[in-house]
Design a protein around this ligand. Sequence first.
Ligand code: NAD
Ligand code: UDX
Length: 460
Amino acid sequence: MSKIKKITCIGAGYVGGPTMSVIAQKNPNIDITVVDLNQARIAAWNDENLENLPVYEPGLDAVVQEARGRNLFFSTDVNKAIAEADMIFISVNTPTKTYGKGKGQAADLKYIELCARQIAEVATSDKIVVEKSTLPVRTAEALKSILDHTGNGVNFHILSNPEFLAEGTAITDLHNPDRVLIGGENAEAIEALVQVYEAWVPRERILTTNLWSSELSKLVANAFLAQRVSSINAISELCEATGANVDEVSKAIGQDSRIGSKFLKASVGFGGSCFQKDILNLVYIARSYNLREVADYWEQVILLNDHQKTRFAEKIIQTMYNTVNGKHIGFLGWAFKKDTNDTRESAAIYVADHLLAEEATVVVYDPKVTAEQIYRDLDYLGTRSPEDNRRLVRVVNDPYEALAGAHAAAVLTEWDEFKTYDWTRIKADMKRPSFVFDGRKLLNRSELESQGFAYYAIGE
Ligand code: NAD
Ligand code: UDX
């Protein structure tokens, strides 16, 4: 197979956009077109002002600036991009199903299937089709069947190339990946994709496997990572009951090189578009093979995470004399982690929902999340009317305003800037007693206590 000259990526989201930007940056001789049905998103990717890119990631603007217009293009003309490409990445969303069989657990593959049908219909030359989206194991089989049965007689080779970037560090993760995983059956197709990555990734970090190992490894990687967070969060509750400190426990166990120190930070609960969705999917797959114990084991990671979010909200209510009705709670952070504007499955949404059910007033400040997004997240839950969400929740652009007159501050995201605030000024403007509930263990207990705050942190 000759060298790849044109790549198309279907899906210009949090994965497609940054991933293709870096592939284009590192392969100036390959033309890359990222396409999406969402016109507003494509317009934002093409915006002259790099502050308007649809995804906020540190360092992304510089990469886009370097490659865009040179060999990186964003377009809504999906058919043209499919027709011209030698290699097509599918990087569309694969959310949890909200209807029918597997509702609430299985991955919804309708967007993937639509892409496959469109590729089959449009393609008049051989293509390598790369699964970039996270997919249930054995999806490639279904893709292959659709491509081969609805196509124009051209050859398709399917590869699985799951993405391991984390949001907030997407560009450094892409520039310096622990590994790149490529699963496939056709050696030439695999080699073609290896060459794309070899432009900057050392060969020994590019792993090649069979299709099913690659598809499954992605789900398993996320399950293992999420499991560590749920494990330390379970211990955080035990720490609170026993007087141990979860940070000290994390450090003590993390120094054992067999355990390792990363991903042991107790928190209000993991969020993000991947962990919950992918574990639910793993659980669903295990159940569909009748592996009940395996399914129950992994499901517990999600149940514990739900418990952690509820526990944090309940702690706020209990500490504030068992009622938050009419009380003003200032939220610092709404994104599911720092350095991203992504709020999907953010713990903040669920903690807010719990407090709003008790008629609290929530005032939110997040440096990167818009008011529209915050209301959309709450409306999506459907717990109360959009009017009630707007009556009970206010979104402000200034952290001091979020906390002025507040009965309590709650830290939901670990943005660095929260550590640099003038907490003496905040204290002077808050009601007394002034509570701080730190869901990220971000602030300095002794400093806050010396200023008269009543400070609660997870796991202490
Ligand atoms: P996203 O929702 O941000 O982006 C997906 C995009 O695909 C959307 O803009 C949507 O309009 C577009 N799309 C859907 N169907 C289309 C079609 N038929 N034609 C053209 N465009 C279409 O999703 P994301 O966060 O980028 O995730 C994409 C995949 O990558 C998912 O499977 C996810 O599990 C996986 N993943 C995500 C992350 C992450 O950090 N977000 C990390 C690793 C893997
Ligand atoms: C995750 C995986 O890390 C990445 O490899 C995969 O490609 C996509 O899913 P992401 O969800 O973007 O990435 O962020 P991650 O850093 O994994 O954090 C997920 C959630 O866990 C966040 O809410 C984060 O705050 C939380 N977390 C993480 C903790 O609470 N404690 C930790 O120690 C680590």
